[in-house]
Ligand binder design. Sequence first.
Ligand code: AMP
Length: 420
Amino acid sequence: MVKQMRTIKGTHDILPENSRNWQNLEKIIHASASLSGYSEIRTPIIEEAGLFNRGIGENTDIVSKEMYSWTDRDNKTIALRPEMTASVVRSYIQHNLHNKSVLQRLYYIGPSFRRERPQKGRQRQFHQFGVEAIGSANPEQDAEVIALGWEILKKAGINNLELKLSSIGSKECRNKYKNALINFLKPHVSKLSETSKRRLGNNPLRILDTKNKNEIQIIKSAPKIEDYYTKEDQDHFDQVKIFLKSMNIPFTVDPLLVRGLDYYTQTTFEIISNDLGAQDALLGGGRYDGLIKSLGGKDTPAIGFAAGMERILMALDDIAINKKTTPTIYIVCIDKEALGSLQKLSTNLRKIGYKVLFETLRRSMRAQMRDANKYNADFAIIVGQQELVNKTIQLKNLSVGNQETIELKNVFNYFKSLTF
Ligand code: AMP
């Protein structure tokens, strides 16, 4: 027997019964982003691996352990994108987008790839949407981006949301803080995990992210970043908070919310859902004023976020919008001589917004009516030999149950005059 092929570990098919939820979420993203003036950008799934080495950082888990990369036939090292910010920034620089507008408001939707240990809410191929606002260093830009993420999750129907907010200050602040943290942790080094020992050398701020109970205990008395803010850092953070309050977006300040990489500055944030288990982060982002320069562009401030679509859909049974479905007509054709005129009718009815299901299996009337019910059709148009001769149709209103005869030439106008 031929071996059946299956999806590879950590990847999933999105089956027809679920794809409507995906489409609805995508609709919310497109509509909300557009209402705030953001335009979609689509970049390739494969890029030179060097983009992510520089754009995410060689020492990060994402790049050093999880990125899918290979040497291609022309000896270039290619990678499947593990996230999209680096690609968007590459594209921004490559196409001189700053010449088109000093402020670029961009958003994206698509798959990303990380070779992580698969578990609930963690796949190897997953989908992200995100926004990047490139060009403004001001706190109102931070508030706009955060508000957009918040609004999309709300519109999708997730209620139990929590916005965690922090600031990691300027580079100057972070360097001082890093030293203070290293000095604080050094005497505890023997009690740190292997991962944290390694991070102490290359990325000490990440230790604050630890899930290890002993380390959480140690960190409780570690120096706090807010004690290292410059006046500008403090002002920026205060203003972001004021703007969020004026937009009625609740938040909690979480000083442990850090981003370890050098190009991150000022605001960081995360939105979690208290309805999800261990993988509760739906969306994460922050200001990355140093990234564009580090990828070869001009020194340009920017802020963005990325959100995991599988996790959003997990937090919902069924997505809140578009519950009202398109009115549906099922065409039950019993006499094949009528196929042509009914096909024409279907095309015309679709043009005026009806969903029309046309039976192509030539099954019995009973089987077709069963199908009409399965698809929750509102109407069935039934044509047998009698109707063919009389140039009529039987119109059955499936929600009310009544049936009437209508002349074929009047059917289109009949449906046109209905309102939904
Ligand atoms: P990050 O790019 O790591 O900041 O992730 C942004 C968001 O993407 C997270 O908050 C998650 O919702 C989602 N995400 C990241 N990695 C995965 C994964 N392996 N599987 C599913 N969702 C993920």
